[in-house]
Design a binder for this molecule. Structure first.
Ligand code: ADE
Length: 233
């Protein structure tokens, strides 16, 4: 997958792409990240990228021309995403959907916002990573790319299953344990040592339902498992 990132702060990305799974995804040819420095498309000798809002109010708005020029410089643009707190909430289902695309382009929003005409002309979807406001769209872009990249076939090792992930079936994940069997007076639940796979599966499912009910009751309404879970009560 080619991921174009249009950003005012390309250096922010160096850490995430040079470590761990994302770095391996790039080395393995699953992910091709192309950073486009928006400043290079700024206007005039000062490379201006922002301006004050029409109608007054505080803050600066990203101008449309540099973003248009950056987008139009790309050999392939694919599916264009703008990161903004005004966007639709990014969820696991979106990560799965995006992971099947060949090319995506993420425009990292900044300052008070982006001139609306950018969205009207170029953007396929506006995504938010949560109901809070960050200083810019770079961290959201990293979050989206991380969530998407791990779903690209071949990126995670053979031993890693994504079907058990929190959110995969609309539920939070069951708890995990590893050695030692007892830690500071807390023992690993007996069922996990039983070797009875059917019982282990049932226990994990019950724990996932319980955790989701306690922590994210809103998720229960949407998940199929949630409605089954209600019948069990
Ligand atoms: N830019 C600033 N805050 C954001 C958020 N929560 N999601 C996406 N982009 C953002």
């Amino acid at each position: 997958m080619i991921v174009n990132i249009i950003t005012l702060f390309p250096d922010m990305f160096s850490g995430v792409f040079s470590e761990s799974i994302l770095s391996r995804a790039i080395q393995g040819g699953h992910l091709d990240v192309r950073l486009i420095h928006l400043r290079e498309y700024g206007l005039g000798s000062h490379r201006v990228v922002d301006d004050t809002p029409y109608g007054g109010g505080g803050g600066m708005i990203l101008k449309p021309e540099p973003i248009a020029a950056a987008l139009e410089s790309l050999p392939e643009r694919g599916h264009v995403i703008l990161t903004t707190p005004r966007g639709r909430l990014f969820r696991q289902a979106d990560a799965l959907r995006l992971s099947s695309l060949n090319v995506i382009t993420i425009i990292c929003g900044h300052y008070e916002g982006v001139d609306e005409r950018v969205s009207e002309l170029f953007v396929h979807e506006e995504l938010s990573i949560g109901d809070y406001v960050l200083t810019g769209g770079e961290l959201p872009a990293m979050v989206i790319i991380d969530a998407v990249a791990r779903l690209i076939p071949g990126v995670l090792g053979k031993d890693t299953t994504i079907s058990g992930d929190s959110h995969y079936h609309g539920l939070l994940e069951h708890p995990h344990y590893t050695r030692p069997r007892e830690f500071r007076g807390l023992a690993v639940p007996e069922v996990l040592l039983s070797g009875n796979h059917e019982q282990i599966r049932a226990w994990r499912r019950e724990m996932a339902l319980r955790k989701t009910r306690e922590t994210r009751p809103d998720l229960m309404e949407h998940s199929l498992a949630g409605s089954e879970g209600k019948d069990e009560d």
